[in-house]
Design a protein around this ligand. Structure first.
Ligand SMILES: C[S@@+](CC[C@H](N)C(=O)[O-])C[C@H]1O[C@@H](n2cnc3c(N)ncnc32)[C@H](O)[C@@H]1O
Length: 184
């Protein structure tokens, strides 16, 4: 190939990558103005959360504030479960749908562009959250409606609710995953 043309193609690709990165960074920074910002769970943590949830075939799981769909897509890639992601941001919802279309799935992934605080959790077997403490507190009525035995799996922030038994798992030096099981 003509070296001038090759150089031009490399430069165009470089500019596209910089533009995507700048857009993504701007998007993340703007989301910090929200009550619950968009910060994706690191893939290693997502895999560990799913492992600790001890999912069974056919389980119904939900990620409250599913962002770009990382946890849900990791779940359906590995486990034959029905996984629903609830996300308020339209752009993140569409990113999740596009990612889902390009993912080989053992399970079923459903994305809803909705408010997580209005989610009915009574049908869920496990609920995943990476949300700030205030949001977890606000979810108490939804958590209290869940069936006995249902799990909540949260990253970083604990749930304060005496209706649940708590187990804490250290991942690496500074990450913690909290697993709750509904007792009453
Ligand atoms: C910390 S991120 C977690 C993303 C994803 N669960 C993950 O672990 O990769 C929290 C997400 O909650 C979404 N969110 C904030 N408020 C919401 C609401 N009321 N209803 C639904 N989603 C909401 C944000 O847009 C953001 O994507």
């Amino acid at each position: 190939m003509d070296p001038v043309l090759l150089n031009l193609i490399v430069q165009i690709w470089f500019l596209i990558i910089i533009a995507i990165f700048t857009f993504y960074l701007g998007f993340v920074l703007i989301s910090f103005k929200n009550f619950i910002p968009y910060v994706p769970t690191p893939p290693k943590i997502a895999r560990e959360m799913l492992r600790l949830a001890d999912l069974k075939p056919g389980d119904k799981i939900c990620d409250l504030g599913s962002g770009s769909g990382g946890i849900i897509l990791e779940a359906v890639k590995k486990y034959p479960v029905i996984a629903a992601g609830i996300e308020k941001s339209k752009s993140l919802y569409w990113i999740s749908k596009i990612r889902a279309a390009a993912t080989f799935k053992k399970g079923q992934a459903i994305f809803k562009n909705d408010d997580l605080f209005k989610t009915d959790l009574r049908e869920c077997d496990a609920v995943f959250c990476f949300l700030v403490s205030k949001a977890l507190d606000k979810l108490a009525p939804n958590f209290n409606e869940m069936r006995i035995g249902t799990k909540i799996v949260t990253y970083m922030f604990p749930v304060k609710n005496s209706n649940f038994k708590e187990n804490i798992f250290e991942v690496g030096k500074r990450d913690r995953i909290f697993i709750y099981q509904k007792l009453k």
